[in-house]
Write a protein that binds this ligand. Structure first.
Ligand code: SAM
Length: 244
């Protein structure tokens, strides 16, 4: 997969050199390039922002540096069709695990990191010819810029690419993979500071362990995120789940 990120703070994305995503880059599974928006400015001060039309607080990102940067990303795209352009924004659709799975199927993703009050709206309209433009929010709160959102989204998508996570089974049994939260996990020692672990986990009985974990998934989801249960497709929960 090819990923391009445009930002006025390219150093923010240095964390993508670390851990599994960094290794995926080294191994050639992920071709990730970070571009400095200021290198697409044409004035002496490398200006990327200006005052908002209509007045109000804050500054707005100027359209022309964005057009030049995005045109360059588009020109170098290895994708057959329009690559996906993610525009992080608190006013976007909320990022989910399902979205991560969909994005992991793409051959080329681009990310446009806004700052200040955001990017001049006309850039998104203009970019529609070159990209499949998608404003995406990390959640219902406001960050200072898109970089943190990009770190989260690239990690969530990148770990789904084949070969990135050593044991693909660990991608199946985790929170949000089947609409539920993950069950609690434990490791050695079995007795730690006077606290034991659920006896069934020492039983060696795989069917009982699977049922225990399923019950815990359901209990935890009902307790912490009842909204997720409402969104499950009909028939997802068995009678045993409902009784748990
Ligand atoms: N004025 C904008 C609004 O109210 O929708 C918020 C601008 S915010 C201070 C600056 C930038 O941070 C945004 O352009 C976006 O790139 C990023 N950002 C802030 N909150 C975000 C969120 N929840 N999800 C994704 N990106 C976010």
């Amino acid at each position: 997969m090819r990923i391009d990120v445009v930002s006025i703070f390219p150093e923010y994305l240095a964390a993508l050199d670390l851990s599994l995503i960094g290794k995926a880059r080294q191994d050639g599974l992920l071709d990730l390039r970070v571009h400095d928006l200021r290198s697409y400015t044409t004035d002496r001060h490398r200006t990327v922002d200006d005052t908002p039309y209509g007045g109000g607080a804050g500054m707005v990102m100027k359209p022309e540096p964005w057009a030049l940067a995005l045109q360059s990303v588009s020109d170098a795209s290895p994708a057959d069709g329009r690559p996906v352009l993610i525009v992080p924004s608190p006013a976007g659709a909320v990022f989910t695990q399902q979205m991560a799975h969909e994005l992991a199927e793409e051959s080329h993703l681009a990310f446009a990191c806004g700052r200040y009050e955001g990017i001049d709206e006309r850039v998104l309209e203009w970019a529609d010819e070159l990209f499949d433009v998608r404003p995406v929010s990390l959640g219902d709160y406001v960050l200072n810029g898109g970089e943190v959102a990009v770190l989260a989204m690239v990690e969530a998508v990148g770990r789904l690419l084949p070969g990135v996570v050593g044991n693909p089974a660990s991608l199946v049994e985790e929170s949000h993979s089947d609409g539920l939260l993950e069950y609690p996990v434990y490791t050695k020692p079995s007795d730690w500071r006077g606290r034991g672990i659920p006896e069934v986990l020492l039983s060696g009985n795989h069917a009982r362990i699977a049922q225990f974990r399923r019950d815990e998934q359901f209990r935890r989801t009902a307790q912490r995120r009842p909204d997720l249960l409402e969104g499950l497709p009909a028939g997802t929960l068995s009678k045993a789940d409902l009784a748990a």
